[in-house]
Design a protein. Sequence first.
Length: 533
Amino acid sequence: MVRRGIPCTWTRCIEGLPNSSERGTCTMSVDDMNFGRFHYDPAQRLLFCDGDPVSLGRRSVLLLDSLLRRRGEVLRKDELIEAAWPGTAVEESNLSVQIAHIRKRIGGTWIRTVERVGYVFAVDGASQSPPTRALASSPAGVAVLAFTDFSGHVFLPLGNALADAVISALARFRSVSVAARSSSFQFDCLATDARDIARRLQVRYVVQGSIRRSAGRLRLSLQLIDGVSGTHLWADSLEMEAAEPLPDTDELVGRAAAMIEGQVHLAEIGRAEREQPTTLQGYDFYLQGRKHVLSSRENDNAAGYTLFSEGLKLMPNSVPLLAAIAEVIHHRKAVGWRPFEGVDERATLELIQRGLDRPDLDAASLALFASALHTAGEEDLGANAAERAVAMNPNSPLVLVCAGLQRLWAGNVNGAESAFRRAVDLSHGDPTQRFALQGMAKVYSVRGNNEETLIYARRTLALSPGLSAGHWHLIASSTLLGRLADARRHYARYQRIAPGVTIESVRRGQIYRNPAHIAPLLEGLRLAGMPAR
């Protein structure tokens, strides 16, 4: 396996990532353990002041441990309660008492209250005001209500079980913060205003659903509602065969969770776009940057990089921001654009390491780090990281696309096709679908099926006219099908989008283990007129 001097912590993080139940054992950095006169020992779970032990109760230690592990980030009250009282129903007043006890021991400026949301452990101890828009500093809160069953009371357990399963699947996406089942199931969606539910649960979005069984089929209908305005943002339905009283609904649940996450993400991007720049907080910079990179054009990629970098100044430990920066760096090399000034492979690897060392590393971020590792020369580490990401969240279209690319680059064409097809199925209405379709074009290009390559390239560009690889495969497949005039017309259009791309820059960015797999693409581009260098 290629290592190239990568620190051993990388191998540990990629090859042996803790699962969700083991995250608390992940190593903390020295900076996170020290604050003011205090030092926290995570191995022994002991707090010291000037070298002397500080007396804290067990609950307080668990809370302090959680806050320090995600220092500088807002932790919701339900997250902290679960950390200190796992699996136990506890009133919020108990949390307040423990936080007050910690503050008494370490001083009142380290732990800041985020009104109605939770707490954040300060990067420094200077007194600052809490965020004016607390929810903008962290992923959007979502409440999934119990699904209404219109098939009759005999199937009521299935409706509750489906909603519970969707909550669990959605919780794997760290891009959203999901209200606990015990909180959201207490509301009757038919009798309670969604705005009131959102206000009481402190979430931005509410998901309502219903199920109906008829003629051996089960239909799940979903609605996403803005918890502030009460506006219906999105609605869709899914169906499956359901001849048995309790059918296997895993596929249905996975698709539902992926659709909800994708629509919440789009809604959040739209919300951030409407905000005035002076009001932006760290997470808003992330959302603004995502809006730019959706175009897949060089100038928007650079704008996204700038916004992500600004957000990282405010949230230096944010894994999504670190992953987003790694993603735009990877994308530039992969499509043959000029690199950012001062951003070389060493700087990229250091950035990735910062993300991999975080205890709150999520599947989507790990998948993006995997792609960046590949183009930074760490192909084996990238492939391993992508498969770990799939194990963490097999229902994420983004994770599946990244894994599909890693498999394709490594020569596992059938495995790549399987990942891309599932990503296509899960990503209806999601921007990730363009990458899944592009992946299918790549698969058929490697197999030499130029007709199918052409079909998927056209579908890709219909969703994202700026996506470089879609243009490449449209040009090359047209050439190899003998439609040279069409190919040259397509290439002339692509030149207006990316004038500096050459055969050599494409080859450098598309790192296939078997050079024969990319040879037809490069030959098709050459015949259409792309310069060698």
